[in-house]
Design a protein around this ligand. Sequence first.
Ligand SMILES: [Zn+2]
Length: 307
Amino acid sequence: MLLNLGSVPLVVLIYHRVIELPSDPQMLAVPPTRFREQLQALQAAFDILRFEQCWADVQRPTVVITFDDGYADNFQFALPILEELDIPATFFIATGYIGGEREFWWDELERILLCSSGGQALNRVGAVDLDRTYDCGQVREREALYQFLHPQLKTLSVKEREGAMAELARLVIGIPEPRSSHRVLATQELVQLAASPMATVGAHTVCHQPLSSLSIEDQREEIECSRAQLQEWTGRPVQVFSYPFGAKSDYTPETVAICRRAGFDRVAANHSAVVRSWTDPYRVPRFLVRDWSADELMSRLRRFAGL
Ligand SMILES: [Zn+2]
């Protein structure tokens, strides 16, 4: 049981990025000043527990803070604020990107289509048939193609997606270099993050594929390899996991069974609900926090949790 019946609400928050960005089409970044204000408001109103902690006897409305993916800004900007305010958080890390030069594919797609200066007319990109012809010479057409391709690329295999992205990069012109603002954690930064008393590291697969798009064998490998790699890097046991993307369509009952058998204590999903006594510990819902003022966050959270 996660919570006592009739208990006060517990809400698990999900963040991705703490950084000021010139543009943020997926709306996943919270600027550091905003993040501090949000945490101070949360700290004043709620108990704050760790994701991996026992939640059975919460006495007051409670929040849990989590981060997905493994952006460098989690270490550069979020961790110092968490440490300053003495607030714990759990960081779910997609290990395949750590220590590399590549941006996450969704950021690379954004850079290719939203930060470039022109390109050809396209009706097909690698394995993806487009729904119409997009004239990449026009800003608005590149924006429309970004909106079309983002969900299409998500469910491709890594190889197919890489092929589509490479072709796109050949046909679009004026693409800037990978951005330091979109950097993923270096291995040493991850090690330092994991060593903080305010941080717990959880696994989030290797390649960040929707697990429902993979065979059971590949799912197991993604889940277990990311955990083993994190344990090797940090020298600490990894007992929690979060499903990439995390919507109900992004994982399957087999995924849940693999996580259970692997002995994870708790697994985070990304559908929106309050944690209840009957919540499955292998499908813990979360509340996505956006770039809101502290007041807006608190009023949304109060409505959401029925406070
Ligand atoms: Zn993720």
